[in-house]
Design a protein around this ligand. Structure first.
Ligand code: ZN
Length: 306
C-alpha cells in the first residue's frame, strides 16, 4: 500500500461552499426553491437515510421537514445543497425514519459525499449547542445561511467553533511505533497519542507536550502530515509524526493513559491477527498514520474498534 492509496475520509474532497450567497437573502431563496436543490436532514447528529438503500437521503427542498436551514454549497452540476437541522417536533416525527451516524456512513460513502455529510453534521452540532449569546444570554439566530449566529439584542456575531487537536505517530530509532490505551477502553485496544492544542500553542508544541505528558517520551523531530475534520463534535485532527530522542522507555501518566508501549511492525501485525490488539478503524486519521508507518494492510477488516 502506498500513501496515495490510503484514504483519509472527510479530507479527500473539497466542495464549493458558495460563500457569495451567504449574505444574499433573495438569491438564497431562489436556491432553496429551485427544483434541483437537494436537502440533507440531520437529527441529533445523525443523518436521515433512505429506508431501502440506507444511503443518505437528499430530498427536494419542498419536501424538507421544518428546521434550521444551512447552505452547504453548490455541487459539480451547479445545484445547491442545504442541510436542515430538524426541530424538536420534526425530530420526534423522524424517529420512525432510519438514520445513521457519521462514523458508520463514512466507511461506505464516496469522498465527495463524505465531505457534504461532514460539513452538514459539523454545522448542525455547533448550532444545536450554541443557541444563546455568550455575551448577554439572549437566544441567537441563524445568519449568513448557517455560517454564523447573530444576537438580535447586542448585534454580536458568533462563528462555528472548531477545536484543533494533534494526533501523533511517534517512532523510535528502531522504527517502532508508540501506542497507548486508556483505562476505560476494552483490553487490547490501542491508538496513537492525541490531545487538544491549547491557547497560544503551536501544533508542533502541542505534539511535544502531549507525548511527554502522556508517555514521558521526549520527541526531537515533529512533522505535520495531514489534517482531518472530525465533527464528534467539533474537532480538527492535525496528524503528525514525531521521532523519539535516543532510547526511551515510555511510562503511562495513569491519567489519560493506563498503558503505553512500543510496537515493532511484525509484533503489531501478529497481535492484530490474533485479536490480542485492536487498532482504530480506517475512517480515522489515527489508523491512517498507523497504516502509513506499517506500510501495508494490518490483518483486520479495517473497521477497527468502535
Ligand atoms: Zn447578545
Amino acid at each position: 500500500m502506498t500513501s496515495s492509496e490510503r484514504r483519509l475520509v472527510f479530507s479527500e474532497a473539497v466542495h464549493d461552499r458558495a460563500v457569495g450567497y451567504r449574505g444574499d437573502a433573495e438569491s438564497l431563496h431562489q436556491l432553496w426553491t429551485h427544483p434541483q436543490t437537494r436537502v440533507l436532514m440531520v437529527s441529533r447528529g445523525r443523518v436521515l437515510v433512505d429506508p431501502v438503500t440506507a444511503e443518505p437521503l437528499w430530498r427536494p427542498a419542498t419536501g424538507a421537514p421544518p428546521g434550521e436551514q444551512y447552505l452547504l454549497g453548490v455541487d459539480e452540476a451547479g445545484h445547491a445543497r442545504f442541510a436542515v437541522s430538524l426541530t424538536a417536533d420534526a425530530t420526534a416525527d423522524a424517529t420512525a425514519e432510519p438514520s445513521k451516524g457519521l462514523r458508520e456512513l463514512a466507511a461506505t460513502v464516496g469522498a465527495s459525499e463524505s465531505g457534504w455529510l461532514c460539513h452538514a453534521v459539523a454545522l448542525a452540532n455547533w448550532h444545536a449547542t450554541h443557541t444563546h449569546c455568550p455575551r448577554c444570554g439572549s437566544p441567537t439566530e441563524v445568519s449568513a445561511a448557517g455560517a454564523e449566529r447573530r444576537c438580535p439584542e447586542d448585534d454580536s456575531t458568533h462563528f462555528p467553533r472548531v477545536d484543533p487537536a494533534v494526533i501523533v505517530l511517534v517512532t523510535d530509532a528502531q522504527s517502532r511505533a508508540l501506542l497507548g490505551r486508556q483505562e476505560v477502553w476494552p483490553d487490547g485496544r490501542f491508538s496513537t497519542l492525541a490531545g487538544f492544542v491549547e491557547p497560544g500553542e503551536t501544533a508542533e508544541q502541542a505534539v511535544r507536550r502531549e507525548v511527554a505528558e502522556e508517555s514521558g517520551v521526549v520527541v526531537d523531530e515533529v512533522r505535520l502530515m495531514a489534517t482531518q475534520p472530525w465533527p464528534f463534535p467539533s474537532s480538527l485532527m492535525i496528524g503528525a509524526s514525531a521521532v523519539a530522542a535516543g532510547s526511551q522507555d515510555p511510562r503511562p501518566d495513569g491519567v489519560e493513559l493506563s498503558e503505553v508501549r512500543w510496537f515493532a511492525r511484525e509484533e503489531l501485525a501478529q497481535s492484530v491477527a490474533s485479536g490480542a490488539v485492536a487498532v482504530p478503524g480506517r475512517v480515522s486519521i489515527s489508523r491512517w498514520l498507523i497504516d502509513g508507518w506499517f506500510g501495508g494492510d494490518l490483518p483486520d477488516d479495517g473497521a477497527g474498534w468502535r
